[in-house]
Design a protein around this ligand. Structure first.
Ligand SMILES: NC(=O)c1ccc[n+]([C@@H]2O[C@H](COP(=O)([O-])OP(=O)(O)OC[C@H]3O[C@@H](n4cnc5c(N)ncnc54)[C@H](OP(=O)(O)O)[C@@H]3O)[C@@H](O)[C@H]2O)c1
Length: 283
C-alpha cells in the first residue's frame, strides 16, 4: 500500500493559493504531527488523483477547476458532496479515495459567527458549487433560503434540489422589501477585483432588514466592494476567508482524526493575508 513519510496532505487547484499551506502547516506543528502540506497547481484532475493513489497522499483540498469533475475519478463520495453536487476534499484510506464536501461546514460556521441562522430568511446569489454549499449549510442549520441566479434554469434546478425557493435574477433583490435577515454572494464577481460589485448598495438596503448579515464568499480581496457597501449601510459583514478557515479546520479533522487549534489556524491565515497585502499581491 502506498504511503508517504512524513504524511503528505495538500490541495489541487488551477491556481494554487497560500492560505491552505499556512493554516495546515501551523496546525500540524501545533499538534506535533509529522506531516507536510503542499499546494499543487495542476489542471489535470485524473492525473492528480492517480498521483494521490500512487504516492499515498493522505488528503487533498480540491478547488477550481476540479470540484465538479473529480467525482468521476474517486472510489466514492459522501452524502453532503452528493447533495451539493461538488467535491472539495479527498481522503485516501489505504488506497480507497473518498470525495467529501466541507465547504458547507465552512459556510455554516462562518455565517453562524455573525447570526443565529435557525429560522432566519436568507438570500443566496449564485448557483455554482460555492452557492450550493452555502445553501446546503444554511438549510442544515434551519434557515429558509431564496436563491437568485442570472440564469433562471440553473437557479431553479439548484433551488429545487436543495430545498430553497427561486427568486429570479440578482437584480430582483431590489424589490425584496426588506424580507431577508442575511444575504450571501457566491459568484466570481469581485474576485481579484476590489471595485467590481454585482449589486448596487441600494439593493442591499431594499432587500435586507436592519441588522442583517452580508456574507461574500469571494475571499480575495478580503474586503470586497460588496462588504464595504454593506458595512457602510450598517449591516454586519462576514468575509469569505472565514469560510476558508472553517472548511480548512474540517478538512484537517478528516485528514488527521484530530481537532485543530482554530486560533493557531486563524493566526496563520492572518499572517498570510498580511504578507500578501505587504507584497501588494492579491492572490
Ligand atoms: N470562501 C470560500 O471558501 C469559497 C468556497 C467556494 C467558492 N468561493 C467563491 O464563490 C464564488 C463562486 O464560485 P463557484 O465555484 O460556486 O462557481 P463559479 O463558476 O465561479 O460561479 C458560478 C455562478 O456565478 C454566476 N455568475 C458568474 N458570473 C456572473 C456575472 N457576471 N453576473 C452574475 N452571475 C454570475 C453564474 O451564473 P450563471 O448560472 O448565470 O452562469 C453561476 O451561478 C467564487 O468567487 C469563489 O471563489 C469561495
Amino acid at each position: 500500500m502506498a504511503s508517504s513519510q512524513p504524511m503528505l496532505c495538500g490541495s489541487i487547484a488551477g491556481r494554487p493559493g497560500v492560505f491552505g499551506v499556512a493554516m495546515h502547516t501551523a496546525a500540524f506543528q501545533a499538534l506535533g504531527l509529522n506531516a507536510v502540506y503542499v499546494a499543487f497547481g495542476t489542471e489535470d484532475t485524473a492525473g492528480a488523483v492517480a498521483a494521490m493513489r500512487a504516492l499515498g497522499i493522505r488528503g487533498l483540498g480540491v478547488t477550481t477547476p476540479h470540484k465538479l469533475r473529480v467525482a468521476a475519478c474517486v472510489d466514492g463520495i459522501d452524502g453532503a458532496a452528493a447533495a451539493i453536487g461538488a467535491v472539495n476534499t479527498l481522503v485516501n484510506d489505504d488506497g480507497r479515495i473518498t470525495g467529501y464536501n466541507v465547504d458547507w461546514i465552512g459556510a455554516q460556521r462562518a455565517i453562524g459567527e455573525a447570526i443565529d441562522v435557525s429560522g432566519r430568511a436568507f438570500a443566496v446569489i449564485g448557483a455554482g458549487g460555492g452557492a450550493r454549499a452555502i445553501v446546503h449549510g444554511l438549510r442544515q442549520a434551519g434557515a429558509r433560503v431564496t436563491l437568485y441566479n442570472r440564469t433562471a434554469a440553473s437557479g431553479e434546478a439548484v433551488a429545487a434540489a436543495l430545498g430553497a425557493s427561486f427568486g429570479g435574477p440578482p437584480q430582483a433583490l431590489a424589490a425584496a422589501e426588506r424580507c431577508y435577515d442575511g444575504l450571501c454572494h457566491a459568484t466570481p464577481v469581485g474576485f481579484h477585483d476590489a471595485a467590481a460589485q454585482l449589486l448596487p448598495g441600494e439593493a442591499l438596503t431594499a432587500a435586507l432588514r436592519p441588522g442583517a448579515v452580508v456574507f461574500d464568499a469571494v475571499a480575495m480581496p478580503p474586503r470586497t466592494a460588496l462588504l464595504a457597501a454593506a458595512s457602510a449601510r450598517g449591516f454586519r459583514t462576514v468575509a469569505g476567508v472565514r469560510m476558508q478557515l472553517h472548511q480548512a479546520a474540517a478538512q484537517f479533522a478528516l485528514y488527521t482524526g484530530r481537532t485543530p487549534d482554530l486560533a493557531v489556524m486563524e493566526r496563520a491565515l492572518a499572517q498570510a493575508l498580511a504578507r500578501i497585502a505587504g507584497e501588494g499581491d492579491e492572490r
